[in-house]
Design a protein around this ligand. Structure first.
Ligand code: PMV
Length: 320
């Protein structure tokens, strides 16, 4: 007999971009991030016949995993996420099918893993009729990030779960960003997939080999995040452009840019952007470009002509 009644449930979570401070945030420096709500991961839960256990279908990847009660924590991140969530909610025997889909490209700096995990856990708790507050969900998604991605700062899970632009310092309570004037960013994909874990390890090696220099670059990135915050709050959007370029230069020094990212940053500037930088783990994946109002189409055209695979526009909305 299943112990819990299951009802159909659906949930989603967004991708994210990092405006300032990736990598430095791992070393305790502040970073700014925002949700990319137009790209989402979705999870659907439906009841299954008695005794079926939990089946996890990861449709985009063509995977079908079955979790049975009493099994050891599985090695697949999403199966482990389901097991952790069930355990936390005190419901180990469930008969349901969870289908997970995502529009977010993997290994591209957009937080796809955190979004998939958050959507899955939300659908699972919804199906069980148990409330899973965002604070608790955030902690659970972080646990999965830590198991599978090395030493995450926690910024991805936080922005994906709360779906608000944030100012984030590791191990501190995140602050919601005040945004004085809405502004638009383009998000462009190099098409190169790259492991965040490998990029984070590369930075760690630099810090170990040459701590004086590398930690100075990391501190300089933190200072940029701190400078950007009041500009965003007061609506001084144009002032963010030079800060983005300087942040990108420091990320180049930290070895996490790539020829493709540098090429798209230059193309954005040639197309009239106010500033541009890589976003996320780097060495591939996505970059962002800040556009003066009305110049988005021209900058997007320049990015496409330079080989960007997908170009999205996102708006950071005004918030108190
Ligand atoms: O590549 P993403 O989307 O996982 O972003 C990683 C952000 C880093 O600062 C590079 C790592 C971290 O844990 O904060």
């Amino acid at each position: 007999m299943p112990l819990v009644a299951i009802k159909p449930a659906q949930a989603s979570a967004p991708a994210k971009i990092i405006l300032f401070g990736e990598h430095a945030v791992v070393y305790g420096q502040p970073a700014l991030a925002a949700p990319l709500s137009s790209l989402r991961a979705t999870a659907t839960a439906v009841p299954a016949p008695e005794g079926a256990g939990l089946t996890l279908e990861v449709s985009d990847l063509g995977e079908r995993l079955i979790l049975r009660p009493g099994e050891l924590p599985p090695s697949h991140p999403l199966a482990r996420a389901a097991a952790l969530c069930l355990d936390t909610l005190g419901a180990n025997e469930v008969d349901l099918t969870l289908t997970v889909r995502s529009q977010i490209p993997i290994a591209s700096g957009l937080g796809s893993g955190a979004a998939l995990t958050a959507a899955l856990m939300r659908a699972l708790s919804g199906a069980l009729g148990v409330s899973l507050p965002d604070d608790q969900l955030n902690g659970l998604v972080y646990e999965i990030e830590r198991d599978f991605h090395g030493t995450p700062s926690g910024i991805d899970n936080t922005v994906v779960v709360f779906e608000r632009a944030i100012y984030f310092v590791r191990d501190e309570r995140p602050a919601l960003l005040t945004v004085g004037q809405p502004f638009s960013l383009l998000v462009a994909d190099t098409g190169v997939r790259s492991s965040t874990k490998a990029a984070v390890t590369g930075v760690r090696e630099l810090v170990e080999a040459n701590p004086g220099e590398a930690l100075a670059w990391i501190a300089a990135i933190g200072a940029i995040s701190a400078q950007a915050r009041p500009f965003i709050a007061s609506g001084a959007v144009a002032a963010l452009g030079p800060l983005m370029l300087e942040n990108h230069r420091l990320l180049q020094l930290l070895s996490v840019s790539s020829p493709e990212l540098d090429h798209l940053v230059l193309a954005a500037m040639a197309g009239g952007a106010l500033g541009a930088k890589l976003s996320g783990g780097g060495r591939g994946g996505n970059m962002i470009a800040l556009c003066a109002s009305g110049s988005e189409a021209q900058v997007a055209e320049s990015l496409r002509a330079a080989g960007a695979q997908h170009v999205l526009t996102t708006r950071i909305e005004a918030h108190e």
